[in-house]
Design a protein around this ligand. Structure first.
Ligand code: MN
Length: 521
């Protein structure tokens, strides 16, 4: 059982208020889940406590850690949203609500294209912290998947591989990505997982002693030159990622040089290049294998120097050189780049500057968490001290495409269009997000909420104005359906409806309405 002490020990610079808040959430959650058990028969509370520990390890703020503790307390425990809000505030409730909503989203066929799911999930999560809590939740669920009924395991594991690991990757959370992948792999393809583990084991025994010698040689050489090295370690390639690479190399293990890699962490970027020089002076590098991800970060923001060298003692070895900041960034991604308190303030300011309404900001607010830091990056660029690690590069690219209108409403609109080009995200009057395929109409919207509402549409309002049924909905609009018991679908609706779901319901409704008349004839 994860203790409150263990969680607090992982928090970065918590204030006395932060500690009290997390302690309160810990006790509250323990009580809310008191009578519940996991599939394993263990107390349910071990689950939220484990998720909270992960969040603390990722350097998340007290609100997010407490949300991790409470994320299932409404859905599965015996408490209410009102109580959570009263005790822990609306910010935390928002995260808990978000996690719950993601959890209840049903995807047809886990094998659906990952990209569309990613878009959907990312957009549905209106606060990036919702996704990070969800990832911590998923991690512990995967760690305990063996206790889940067998027929559910493969689906959950596949969903983890196809949805959650790519999200972690997209957010630059490398550690979470490989953890999720390796937890899911044995359930998705047991034979391949076994084979890959065997291959890695053979290679590990072979390389570990050799690598330790190389490690000693390099650190010795660096200290001779008075270079500062913070530390070195040996990292083994993840099983899933090794499996992917083996497939690409036709199962020829001798073509893979990075099963084990030597990692060198140094204080500054200058030290990275100096250390690289020392390494290349010591061992001959393999041509074409050197990669400068510091000058050219990967799309998710990853930075490091990679080189592959031939050593007398351990054969071909991959060496990765990076700063502590890059190392944190590679492990925790977006979570390591954000100071939420500061961003919250930036966000408020941005809201004033751009006059974005409450509704239009809702679906995009997670991106806007990041925008303020991107704006700083863009400003810095003029004096040449650009800091790319501030945000994932795929986001920077989007920003750069709209750099001339940074800070304006057009900028946010442009971002919105680029990002959500295949889906529209509209709102109920209560502010719930409904996502629909592009060109959807109020009829699709009504059926997406409930078939009963769809079957009794009398009229529709968009942003408070009455519209015709064939009006195409656009991002950010607030849609209200007026219903009347005596209203019924007509055949014409079939032409207007864009979604298969709506059409199916309309056909059923027309059929059942017509058949009694046929009987009378
Ligand atoms: Mn959970």
């Amino acid at each position: 059982m994860t203790t409150i002490k263990a969680i607090i020990a992982q928090m970065s610079n918590p204030s006395p208020e932060d500690i009290a808040y997390v302690e309160k959430a810990y006790e509250f959650s323990k009580k809310a889940h008191e009578k519940q058990n996991r599939y394993s028969g263990e107390p349910y509370f071990i689950h939220p406590a484990a998720a909270a520990l992960t969040l603390a390890e990722y350097g998340m703020d007290a609100t997010t850690i407490a949300a991790g503790l409470l994320h299932d307390s409404v859905e599965d425990g015996c408490t209410t949203r009102e109580e959570i809000e009263k005790e822990f505030g609306s910010e935390l409730l928002f995260i808990v609500d978000g996690v719950t909503k993601l959890g209840t989203h049903r995807y047809r066929g886990a094998e659906r294209h990952a990209e569309s799911l990613r878009r959907l999930l990312v957009a549905t999560a209106s606060d990036i912290r919702v996704l990070i809590v969800k990832l911590a939740d998923r991690k512990h669920n995967m760690q305990t998947l063996e206790h889940v009924p067998e027929h559910k395991r493969r689906r959950i594991a596949l969903e983890t591989l196809e949805i959650y690991a790519p999200i972690a990757d997209r957010l630059g959370m490398g550690k979470m990505k490989s953890t999720l992948e390796d937890l899911a792999f044995p359930y998705v393809d047991p034979d391949a997982a076994h084979h890959t583990a065997e291959v890695r084991k053979l290679k590990t025994q072979e390389t570990e002693t050799g690598l330790a010698r190389v490690q000693k040689e390099i650190t010795g050489e660096l200290s001779k030159k008075n270079f500062a090295t913070l530390r070195t370690d040996i990292r083994m390639k993840g099983l899933w990622s090794l499996h992917q690479k083996l497939k690409r190399k036709h199962d020829d293990i001798s073509l893979i040089h990075d099963i084990a890699a030597l990692r060198i962490i140094v204080p500054t970027i200058e030290d990275c290049y100096a250390t690289l020089g020392t390494v290349h002076a010591l061992y001959k590098p393999l041509p074409g294998e050197f990669k400068d991800y510091i000058a050219f970060p990967k799309p998710n923001g990853y930075q490091s120097l990679h080189t592959t060298v031939v050593t007398p003692k351990a054969g071909i070895v991959e060496i990765q050189i990076r700063t502590e900041e890059m190392h944190r960034g590679a492990q925790f991604g977006i979570a390591s780049h954000m100071s939420y308190k500061q961003l919250g303030k930036d966000l408020e300011k941005l809201e004033k500057e751009t006059q974005i309404s409450k509704f239009s900001s809702l679906s995009l607010s997670w991106i806007r968490w990041i925008i303020p830091s991107l704006m700083k990056v863009t400003k810095k660029e003029e004096d040449g001290t650009r800091n790319i690690t501030k945000a994932p590069a795929w986001l920077s690219e989007l920003v750069e495409a709209h750099s001339e209108v940074v800070g304006t409403k057009e900028f946010v609109d442009g971002l919105k269009e680029d990002f959500f080009s295949h889906r529209v995200f509209v709102f109920t009057p209560e502010g719930d997000v409904i996502d629909l395929p592009i060109h959807s109409t109020p009829i699709d919207f009504a059926y997406a909420i409930h078939s009963d509402l769809g079957n009794h549409i009398q009229g529709a309002k968009v942003n408070g104005k009455l519209v015709s049924f064939d009006t195409e909905l656009r991002n950010g609009e607030v849609v209200e359906i007026l219903s009347r018991d005596s209203a019924h679908p007509s055949i014409k609706w079939l032409e207007i409806a864009r979604t298969a779901l709506a059409r199916r319901h309309i056909r059923t409704a027309i059929d059942t309405k017509e058949s009694p008349q046929k009987h009378r004839k």
